[in-house]
Design a protein around this ligand. Sequence first.
Ligand code: 5GP
Length: 186
Amino acid sequence: MKKGLLIVFSGPSGVGKGTVRAEFSKNEALKLAYSISMTTRDPREGEKDGVDYFFVTRERFKEAIENEELLEWTEFVGNYYGTPAAYVEKLRNEGKNVLLEIEVDGASQIRKKCPDALTIFLIPPSMEELERRIRGRRSEPEEIVQQRLAKAEREMKMITEYKYVVCNDNVDLAARIVSAIIEAHM
Ligand code: 5GP
């Protein structure tokens, strides 16, 4: 069986990665499996452990780093986030195309370890629109919003490192473009 692709899907927080992903994941022909990350941040309303993330303590996360359980990891706005390696490998060996929804530092680590990874960056139609979307979420204090915006500015500078850049002006269209990119690489 052909080993599945490793797909890195990045973009500043608030750009709508989750919404676009939900849309293109409906396309079963893509044989996608979502890699569930480990994080030390608190769950947002409606988020479930083992579905959206594995929510862990800082101690457990540090243990995972020491035991080399993570394919990549980073600290983002005061919390740790990382990709459990064994699960990704298992899914790819089953022929699934594994999607990592991760930020730019993690993407650089993946690029070094797996140069064949298919990397896609989702951009907002404008930075003003991005700010509006981040504030629209209304679940975080101003200080965190400011940190996310500053990180978004830095992340946008990394787009040239990605194989594909897709604009999320319209969710359906962005999802169709990402689908087509993945299909072209299968
Ligand atoms: P959020 O707190 O909004 O869920 O995630 C913050 C950022 O961390 C997002 O850009 C998200 O894609 C990224 N992220 C989520 N999981 C991982 C991971 O396992 N590794 C890395 N490097 N970034 C992640």
